[in-house]
Design a protein around this ligand. Structure first.
Ligand code: MOS
Length: 720
């Protein structure tokens, strides 16, 4: 029986639950020192005075690094789309190299001390004075001046079919609303941390990263080293969500401090450090205008967005991109624009684009259903396209009808009263809402080696990342299945840049990408074995070899170029069709009519994520996405002082993520239907779970109360 789909426990689970797993900050090196950051408190300016006297006098302090005495660092590379490692600079700031401040929170000094306590105490004693330069930090007031977004060939934010404004003007039934979402902050359970150690001109770092390969290449560029002289180790990462995809100042400054002191340096960011130096999610202002005829057929779909980037980095977020694929309107207009602000640059956060884009478009569809007096699922089904609405491209796989039918049945959607504000449970107002989940699916390339030994054991070596989502377990399953060996005989080595390079754990593509190479490797291995010798293990024995090892891809310069070429080829091929993970989110809320308190009482997500490799870890991924979406819907909001650009709530006491009491039992189910165009039919499950969640909550709140909230988060002041 195939092990694909088996709900196996995570291989990294026992080490984590027993406390044996070593995370980035937990490697005790001989002579280890501890660093702490000093943050700028202005959004733009020049450091005119930096008094480190008191800090240096704290017992145990080894040095206070500033732009006066820090070792040299090379500037961030210019962005080159053909070289992905140039894209991973969290910011373009060259830390501690000059007196310029580009955002509130930028590190202006690093204290290195014998203990973490001494470093922190001293950091608090560094006195900085600044000459202010004019800065622009307020998103709201700058939004009208946003410029057309140009970036990202992968999911362009702009598109046009027909004349949507005209069709909208002529439509008998319309909705036209403005939706807003606030900035969000990264709050992985493990805050970013680095231990950096030099051995001559060779650098080793333990780093909490989503991409050891990008991190290694980036550090090599910044310190002027061959990539082979940098090693990044990250076998355990406590969550990533996009916040650990880029290289942020903490990683670079740990290496710089180790260079300066000649000793290993540990820089474990505090939660506040993460808020100040690691980008979060952009805020957005979105317009969705829908026009339909009286029986609900969409004639016009308009979705526009304004988002922000930082003046010193950050990729524009493709908030409107899912609206290119969702509904069969004759006329479509999609536009995205961006403002550049003097803030820590934004970065990707779980389903960048779709998670907040689906909030607007899926709320608007619900509003149109109310306007038409039509069931929101029926309205969606009426406009479900057979082909990609913009250009008629084929979908590789699109089963939203089945997803909705299965979900409606299981959730008891038929029992829902059509009118809002009429269903009660005691004092609670009860409402049900749905929304569509959507995330594109890509496959990258991965290098690896695969060894099959005569004793029946298998070793897969591949530098992918395990952030707790079950990648290592799922890839052992893929390997065991392809070779026809028991899964327990497959050992997987990962999380070290000394291994063959793999793509980042991001974009929901790691498992499919590595699986593609595993399948290639197994084919290659079988070709190397004598024919007609039975199963591969028997064949290795028959051949009298201790083991057979094959590799896919190579980390040489030429191998990397070949990998890029393969990737571009795959990308061009994939552009001919539209491939995505989809789903339907079903939410039930209870709202207190007096206080406006919203409690989520039931949740069901039904997803089409292609083949499910491990039903347990995939369900956990989808649930995790939903939990994060509930935070987005009800509580998460970064508060930026509109005068100074300073984040005002940099802690989990003031930035509210969902706790257990906020999250009901979440049911998820999947169609488990292979995508015909990916290895094993895998589509990726990491991000689709968060999409549609906030809209489903807003739609349920409307159904419960008759109150439409278009500005996240849905706090009680907006409900009553
Ligand atoms: Mo992600 S936002 O691709 O980690």
């Amino acid at each position: 029986m195939s092990v694909i789909g088996a709900p196996l426990d995570r291989r990294d689970g026992p080490a984590k639950t027993a406390g044996a797993a070593r995370f980035a900050a937990e490697h005790l090196r001989p002579g280890l020192t501890h660093a702490a950051l000093v943050h700028a408190t202005v959004s733009r300016g020049r450091v005119t005075r930096l008094d480190t006297t008191a800090a240096s006098a704290v017992p145990g302090v080894i040095t206070v690094l500033t732009h006066h005495n820090a070792p040299p660092l090379k500037p961030a590379p210019k962005v080159n789309p053909l070289n992905l490692s140039t894209l991973v600079s969290g910011t373009s700031v060259n830390y501690l190299q000059d007196d310029e401040v580009h955002f509130d929170g930028q590190p202006v000094a690093v204290v290195v001390a014998e203990t973490s306590a001494a470093a922190k105490e001293a950091a608090a004693l560094v006195r900085a004075e600044y000459a202010l330069l004019p800065s622009t930090v307020d998103f709201e007031s700058m939004a009208p001046h946003a410029k057309k977004q140009t970036y990202s060939p992968v999911s362009p934010g702009a598109a046009k079919k027909g004349d949507a404004e005209k069709a909208f003007g002529e439509a008998p039934v319309t909705v036209d609303h403005r939706y807003t979402t606030p900035p969000h902050q990264h709050n992985a359970i493990e805050p970013h941390a680095t231990i950096a150690e030099w051995d001559g001109d060779r650098l080793t770092v333990h780093d909490s990263t989503q991409s050891i390969d990008w991190c290694r290449n980036h550090l090599a560029i910044r310190f002027g080293l061959p990539a082979a002289d940098v090693r990044v180790i990250a076998p355990f990462v406590g969550g990533g969500f996009g916040g650990k995809a880029m290289v942020w100042p903490g990683t670079i400054l740990a290496a710089l401090a180790a260079r300066a002191t000649g000793r290993p340096v540990r820089l474990a960011l505090t939660r506040e450090d993460v808020y100040r130096t690691v980008g979060g999610r952009t805020p957005s202002i979105q317009r969705v205008a829908l026009g339909a005829d009286r029986d609900g057929a969409l004639t016009a779909l308009i979705h526009t967005s304004v988002t922000r980037t930082g003046r010193v980095g950050g990729a524009p977020e493709q908030v409107t991109s899912q609206s290119r694929h969702l509904y069969d309107a004759d006329h479509i207009l999609i536009r995205a624009s961006t403002v550049e602000l003097d803030l820590v640059p934004n970065t990707s956060m779980r389903a960048p684009g779709e998670s907040i884009g689906t909030f607007a478009v899926e709320s608007a569809v619900d509003e149109l259903a109310a306007e038409l007096g039509m069931d929101p699922i029926e309205l969606r089904m009426r406009n479900e396209p057979e082909r990609n609405p913009l250009d008629g491209k084929e979908f590789t796989h699109r089963r939203l009808r089945e997803v909705y039918e299965a979900g409606a049945r299981r959730f008891g959607w038929r029992d829902r009263a059509p009118e809002p504000g009429v269903t009660r449970d005691g004092r609670w107002l009860v409402g049900m809402g749905v929304a569509t989940a959507y995330h594109p699916a890509w496959v990258f390339t991965a290098n690896l080696t695969l060894r099959l030994s005569a004793d029946g054991t298998v070793l897969l070596r591949c530098g992918f990342q395990e952030m707790g989502m079950g990648a290592a377990t799922a890839l052992a399953q893929v390997t065991a299945d392809a070779l026809g060996v028991p899964v327990d005989s497959v050992r997987v080595e990962y999380g070290d840049s000394a291994l063959p390079m793999a793509p980042a754990a991001g974009g929901s593509m790691q498992t499919a990408s590595v699986a593609a190479s595993v399948l290639d490797a197994v084919e290659k291995l079988k070709r190397r074995l004598p024919k007609g010798a039975g199963d591969p293990v028997a064949a290795v024995r028959r051949a009298g070899m201790p083991h057979v090892e094959v590799s896919v891809g190579s980390d040489t310069r030429f191998g990397r170029l070949a990998g890029q070429a393969r990737l571009i080829g795959r990308f061009v091929r994939d552009r001919r069709r539209v491939r995505a993970a989809t789903g339907a989110q079903f939410c039930e809320v209870r709202v207190d009519p007096d206080t406006g308190e919203v409690r989520i009482s039931r949740w069901l997500g039904v997803f089409d994520i292609g083949t499910v490799v491990n039903t347990k870890t995939a369900a956990s991924q989808l649930r995790g996405g939903i939990v994060m979406g509930i935070g987005m819907a009800l509580s998460e909001e970064t508060l930026v002082d509109p005068r100074t650009g300073r984040i005002m709530n940099p802690s989990l006491a003031e930035y509210h993520v969902p706790v257990h009491a906020d999250v009901p039992r979440i049911e998820v189910s999947t169609l488990d239907d292979p995508d015909p165009t990916t290895p094993l039919g895998i589509v990726g499950a990491g991000e689709v779970g968060i999409t549609g969640v906030a809209a489903a909550v807003a739609n349920a709140v409307f159904h419960a109360t008759g109150r439409r909230v278009r500005d996240l988060p849905i706090t009680l002041d907006k409900v009553i």
